[in-house]
Write a protein that binds this ligand. Structure first.
Ligand SMILES: Cc1cc2nc3c(=O)[nH]c(=O)nc-3n(C[C@H](O)[C@H](O)[C@H](O)COP(=O)(O)OP(=O)(O)OC[C@H]3O[C@@H](n4cnc5c(N)ncnc54)[C@H](O)[C@@H]3O)c2cc1C
Length: 861
């Protein structure tokens, strides 16, 4: 074994081998994989080997599509067969709600280049005759589904990587990881120490233990999982003979089962409700090629439904039940990327569907390591997406919930209960007493809306408008006409200080930094000129002679942004970034009476001139030391008030008492989001994501190309000079009783006109080079955009996609935001657009100006 390597990949499961292959393919020569035992010695060897492309997150779906198309490539390079069976598969809906869910998934597929099709139960039965189709109301067909040989596939990656020069060391456990002052990792193994620049945790079932070697508790847990194999079945053989085809894969939501042909019989697996974690605290190092004891009682309820839905299978003898563990993160998606706070320590773990996702994970991670950037939008699997609140026990509760709900519908207004409450603000009990319906916002309990007194504070989950509608309307109306108060602890808050803080921020942000006491809004770009942040920044008075800035941003992106900030901090330690998290909480008051209310609580003049729109001031509010921004996301006259948690109750009480004479109401997050819609304000992670450029995102006025050289400036200047293909726009939709949720297709009546290929971007063309120096940009499916495949219906064509929307209660309109070709973005003609909501196309019209206070006068008064 060599003693030095550029990168050491720990773990020889399907994921580690894929990472190794992609690093080798990207041209890294000096790389090695270290495996404790033999390849596939974790969960990879006993997987059911199924693969599919569908995923709730379109970007993860794209990576799954890449994985599937990669198999041919690794077979060719390695000479090792993956035993690919591309059978196609169906998802069966047993209720109208489930059919709505499939319609949504199908609609998303329209612009993602997927060939899904909605079919009848009888059509599904023709491809899988073992089912009783009368149990179902409809189905969705996906041709890109199938199964493969897990062991062969893992070896194919490994052999291909070896052929490209990578080294694989077997039967050698990594026992310790330490880091030198210069950043070099000491990878201490049973056979000696390897000095490495980069370490990758592909430890699968032991990923948590490897994390602990570097002081990180990764939110990952292994669950037991069972599938059964039947004896050969004459019906299967007969079907194969008469059709010349293999039976397809079937996913039955109601039964929580998946099933497909395996040799001459059937394989049937369950995601049972009574699920069971495996080794919940630590994984034994001596666990090898072993199976767990099957527990038929646990899966009996699923089997009972399964046998009813697929009576053909009930008759077959069971040959074997496989029970094996595999890992999940809280939301079922992988944990990929550099771990914030560490240098050159990378993760590619918690990959619960290694044979659907392993290729995409390997590609993303190798791009990130080799080129400094994953090259496409991988937020859905970024290891930075969970906070410190995702502790061992939290993870245990959430993973169990996620596993048991794997085939359940998640409604757009559904808040899941496990591991809650985790974090609460001092106002938590008060909000509950106020009949708040609470939601989980990055681990923090946050009021969503306030149910009328005497009614149960509970959402009725639905794809349609629900029981919160009337209450939110009232919250919005009272706020817009008088004044409302809401909690805003669920924002990210940072302080940047030290000599040169302003220059540092000017280098990171697209807008000019504010003068002392003023606020700016500013996007942040990566080197490729793509949006990676959207912040509110205030310049506070100097402390100890040092420059000081306060920054507010998206709560969920805190670790993602900290990772970026830390990467760009000067190495001399002159600039400090403090992330407050929940050590700073907030309240926002908004509405025409908010100034009169606040004036009663402060001892300084806050008249229009004395405390202008976009001013920042440190002042006592109701006797508590606070920071106050004259700005609000409602787009009205309003204030954000920030304080230490110890003062939050005091300030809230003062606001409530002073607000009585003005008709103050409490409002929740949903009212806030409704109000931002009627101002055409975008949101981070919906309208604004790393797949969009700042001009595409219609952020033009916040991009100051002339101010100084900032990260992404050159690419942004190019985007502006060349003009964008896409543009973010806002719509008013003639909806019925359901509003958009996000990802719906936008149709336009374009007749014979050609607006070019409309593309939903995933990658952003990060330049990449292979070992010979040849550019490999956009060379594979995952990096390219999904062409909207010219879905045509007469004069109508799908031209774009929705990012978010809902009901704008004050203007009483259903609204949506999304991306369309730039040439259509200012065309507000009636009859030009339709947006597909739950399978029904509804007329929509672009509204260029926000319907509420288009001139912005109200927030400036
Ligand atoms: C019953 C069952 C059915 C499944 N069905 C499917 C399916 O149909 N489709 C699908 O896509 N997925 C399926 N899966 C999941 C799939 O198996 C996993 O997604 C995949 O195996 C994860 O691969 P991995 O490389 O991340 O982890 P693992 O396979 O666990 O590999 C991790 C490797 O790291 C090594 N390692 C750990 N620590 C160290 C150390 N300190 N030093 C050296 N080496 C170390 C281990 O020995 C192991 O070989 C199934 C899983 C089970 C259990």
């Amino acid at each position: 074994m060599k003693s030095h390597a550029k990168a050491v990949v720990i773990g020889g499961g399907v994921v580690g081998c894929s990472v190794l292959y992609h690093l080798a393919k990207a041209g890294w020569a000096d790389i090695m994989l270290i495996e404790r035992s033999e390849l596939t010695s974790g969960s990879s060897w006993h997987a059911a080997g199924g693969f599919h492309t569908l995923n709730g997150d379109p970007n993860v779906a794209k990576l799954q599509a890449y994985t599937v198309q990669l198999y041919k490539e690794i077979e060719e390079i390695s000479g090792q067969s993956c035993s690919l069976h591309l059978t196609g598969g169906v998802m069966m809906a047993d209720t109208p709600e489930r059919m709505d869910f499939l319609r949504l998934a199908h609609a998303k597929g329209r612009y993602l280049g997927m060939d899904t099709e909605l079919i009848t139960p009888s059509e599904a039965k023709a491809m899988f005759p073992l089912m009783d189709e009368t149990n179902f109301v409809g189905a969705m067909w996906d041709p890109v589904e199938g199964h493969l040989d897990p062991s062969g596939t893992t070896h194919a990656y490994a052999k291909a990587a070896r052929k490209l020069g990578a080294e694989i060391v077997l039967r050698n456990r990594v026992v310790e990881l330490t880091q030198e002052v210069d950043g070099t990792w000491n990878v201490v193994t049973e056979q000696g120490t390897v000095k490495a620049e980069h370490v990758v945790n592909c430890g699968g079932l032991w990923a948590r233990e490897i994390g602990r070697m570097v002081g990180v508790e990764l939110p990952v847990l292994a669950m037991e999982h069972m599938y059964l194999l039947t004896e050969p079945m004459p019906e299967v053989e007969e079907f194969n003979k008469s059709t010349g085809r293999e039976m397809i894969g079937v996913l039955d939501f109601k039964g929580e089962i998946y099933t497909r042909q395996e040799r001459n019989g059937i394989l049937l697996g369950t995601y049972e409700k009574a699920c069971k974690p495996w080794s919940p605290v630590s994984t034994p190092w001596d666990f090898g090629h072993e199976l767990l004891q099957p527990d038929i009682d646990r899966i009996a309820p699923s089997l009972e439904i399964g046998f009813k839905h697929f009576p053909g299978i009930e008759k077959a003898g069971i040959k074997q039940i496989i029970n094996g563990p595999f890992t999940f993160a809280l939301d079922g998606n992988p944990l990929v990327g550099p771990v914030q706070g560490l240098t050159n320590f990378w993760c590619a773990c918690a990959v619960m569907a290694g044979f659907s996702q392993g290729g995409g994970v390997g590609l993303a991670l190798s791009n990130w390591m080799v080129h400094g950037d994953p090259g496409f939008d991988v937020w859905g699997m970024d290891v930075a997406r969970f906070g410190e609140w995702a502790t061992l026990r939290y993870t245990n509760a959430k993973v169990r919930e996620n596993y048991s709900r794997r085939f359940s519908i998640r409604f757009p207004n559904e808040e899941l209960p496990a591991a809650r409450p985790a974090q609460t603000t001092p106002l938590y009990d008060t909000m509950l007493a106020n009949n708040a319906v609470m939601g989980d916002s990055w681990g923090l309990e946050t009021p969503l809306w306030f149910a009328p007194r005497g009614s149960e504070p509970k959402d009725v989950v639905s794809f349609h408008r629900s029981n919160d509608f009337g209450a939110i309307s009232e919250e919005v109306r009272a706020t817009r006409e008088k004044v409302g108060v809401t909690e805003i602890a669920n924002f990210a808050k940072y302080e940047v200080s030290g000599p040169g803080a302003e220059d540092f921020l000017n280098r990171l942000m697209t807008n000019r930094m504010p003068k002392t006491g003023r606020i700016v809004l500013t996007p942040m770009l990566n080197e490729f000129g793509r949006l990676i942040g959207d912040f509110t920044i205030a310049k506070a008075g100097p402390r100890g002679g040092e420059e000081r800035f306060m920054i507010w941003g998206s709560s969920a992106a805190q670790k993602y942004h900290m990772r970026w900030f830390e990467k760009h901090l000067p190495k001399d330690g002159s600039i400090r970034i403090h992330r407050f998290d929940q050590t700073l909480v907030g309240l926002s008051i908004a509405g025409p009476k908010s100034r009169d209310l606040l004036q009663k609580l402060v001892d300084v003049d806050i008249s229009t001139k004395a405390f202008r729109f976009m001013d920042f001031r440190e002042m006592a509010v109701g006797g508590a030391p606070c920071m106050v921004n004259r700005i609000t996301y409602t787009g009205d006259l309003g204030y954000e008030i920030w304080m230490a948690p110890a003062y939050q109750r005091l300030v809230y009480k003062a606001i409530k008492e002073a607000g009585e004479e003005f008709g103050l109401v409490d409002f929740g997050m949903r009212a806030l989001l409704s109000m931002r819609l009627e101002k055409n304000f975008p949101t981070w992670f919906r309208e604004l994501r790393p797949i969009y450029g700042p001009f595409e995102g219609s952020m033009d006025r916040l991009i100051k190309l002339e101010k100084n050289d900032f990260i992404g400036r050159e690419a942004a200047a190019k985007e502006q000079a060349e003009g964008t293909k896409l543009r973010r726009v806002s719509f008013i939709v003639d909806a019925a009783d359901a509003d958009v949720m996000g990802d719906e297709p936008i149709w336009a009546k374009v007749g014979g006109k050609d607006y070019g290929t409309v593309e939903k971007p995933h990658g952003y063309g990060a330049p990449r080079f292979d070992a010979s120096g040849k550019e490999v940009r956009g060379s594979n499916a995952a990096e390219g955009a999904s062409a909207v495949r010219g879905i045509v219906d007469g004069d109508w064509r799908v031209v774009g996609w929705v990012t978010s929307g809902g009901y704008a209660h004050y203007v009483e309109k259903s609204m949506a935001q999304g991306y369309v070709p730039a040439a259509l973005a200012e065309n507000d003609s009636a009859g030009l657009f339709e947006i597909e909501i739950l399978g029904h196309r509804r007329p929509a019209r672009i509204n260029v100006e926000p319907p509420f206070d288009p001139s912005g006068e109200k927030m400036r008064t």
